[in-house]
Design a protein around this ligand. Sequence first.
Ligand code: PLP
Length: 276
Amino acid sequence: MNTVMNGSTQKPQVLCISGHDPSGGAGIQADIEACAALGAHALSVLSSITVQDSREVYAVRALDEDWLVQQVQHLLADCRPGAIKVGLVGSAAQARRIAGYLRETGLPSVVDPVLRAGGGGVLAGDDTAEALRAHLLPAASVITPNAREARALTGLDDADAAAEALLQAGCANVLVTGGDEPGDTVVNSWHRRSAAAVRFEWPRVPLGFHGAGCTLAASIAACLAAGLDLATALSEAQAAVHLALRHAVAIGRGRAIPGRIRSGPAGPGESRDAIR
Ligand code: PLP
């Protein structure tokens, strides 16, 4: 993936626009780790800060839209992202500005329409959700709602019908994730306008996780930044998430976080390869 140019090493870059989760399970830290695990460099732009732990979200504060714009503009002028990943959006104004960047840059983009945390806390208000629907989601190459978000965005109970409605509303590709749905198998469904839906099935890792959705969206973006086509990027990213869930880490009293970075100092008599 890396090539040497002018004596320095180049890596695929992903412009990540996300909130901060101080527990490190979700948000921008998930993006940075997911990108690093797949050999990409995350350019990490903050949309909002939160007060939360592994159990709950206690407060959310959006950064000024102007701060977000300045962060993005300087990075676009200086760096060479190959894809954009958008997670938590702090306000309707932010959603409109980010949609503008997705259209202007023409880069492959992944938008995870974050509305609520898995623990139930509200992360995006009604006006932000409406701006996502109207402006941001139709500007993305692929969106990754979980089934609950797909239902909330469309008002439809059936997740497949919700995905089709999102296509009708202008979204190009919709990957509805089923990690929070019941069943021994996790089914993720890729809907697109030109072809029948594709189902990806994964054995369920039997725990609730904090940050799985952020990890998936950032992993897809890292694969796109590396030049993979969308079908391959979706498969590779899901495989990366499945592996991270199998190596999940308990960091507190709530849900475990995906084990995205699995290398560390080798213990006595242990080779580094044994840790992976
Ligand atoms: N906090 C931030 C900043 C997030 O972006 C997200 C999800 O995208 C969450 C919390 C919630 O993560 P989860 O639903 O996995 O608990």
